[in-house]
Design a protein around this ligand. Structure first.
Ligand code: 5GP
Length: 187
């Protein structure tokens, strides 16, 4: 990657997780998930749009012994930097998850409302198993209890962007995760 793409964006106050740190941890998660699902038929569900980077890296890290299919969902989430607490399914799965081993891949768990609601929706469709892998987790921000099985990094309560995460559809392409300079982050 060019040095220009790696340059810290002026709207960020700091880089929290650099490319190498992200890559290494996602590889570890891939190894763990490959062990857990070896010989099984896995349905990996990427939650659009924030999960695209972690999903692509995670898929590349899965062992060929895992028989993995990929599907996508999109749900409504943030309008700004504050959670609305309501989700709507904007794009649904193309394949039926009934009887499948489903692994939802998400960018970040904050209040837990999105994933609690999404997993409830999916559980009603009777998958054989249902687990969640999230790149980032802000455990201090929960409004309801929610514990994803696979967590890349626990991070503090700051609004982060990059590596798929946006603020008003910007910054997704940054190859690192950084803290946005916004009034809500007090910077
Ligand atoms: P929750 O329902 O757990 O509060 O929020 C989950 C969704 O909120 C994520 O999928 C993401 O879209 C958004 N979100 C939560 N915290 C952050 C953050 O720090 N940065 C960004 N860009 N999005 C966030």
């Amino acid at each position: 990657m060019s040095a220009d793409a790696r340059r810290i964006h002026p709207d960020l106050s700091k880089v929290l997780l650099d490319e190498e740190t992200l890559r290494d941890r996602i590889r570890e998660l891939g190894r763990e998930i490959s062990r857990d699902y070896a010989g099984r038929r896995l349905m990996v569900v990427g939650v659009l749009k924030g999960s695209v980077m972690v999903l692509a890296d995670l898929l590349r890290s899965l062992s060929p012994d895992v028989d993995a299919a990929v599907d996508f969902m999109a749900v409504s989430s943030y309008a700004g930097t504050a959670s609305t607490g309501t989700i709507r399914v904007l794009l649904d799965l193309r394949e039926n998850p009934e009887g499948r081993d489903v692994l939802v891949v998400e960018d970040i768990v904050d209040t837990g409302l999105t994933l609690a609601s999404l997993t409830e929706t999916l559980r009603a469709r009777k998958p054989r198993s249902l687990e969640v892998c999230t790149l980032l987790d802000k455990p201090d921000c929960r409004k309801i209890p929610f514990s994803p099985k696979y967590v890349g990094f626990k991070i503090p309560n700051e609004f982060v962007v990059g590596f798929g995460l946006d603020y008003e559809e910007r910054y997704r392409q940054l190859p690192y995760v950084g803290v946005l300079r916004t009034p809500s982050n007090g910077q």
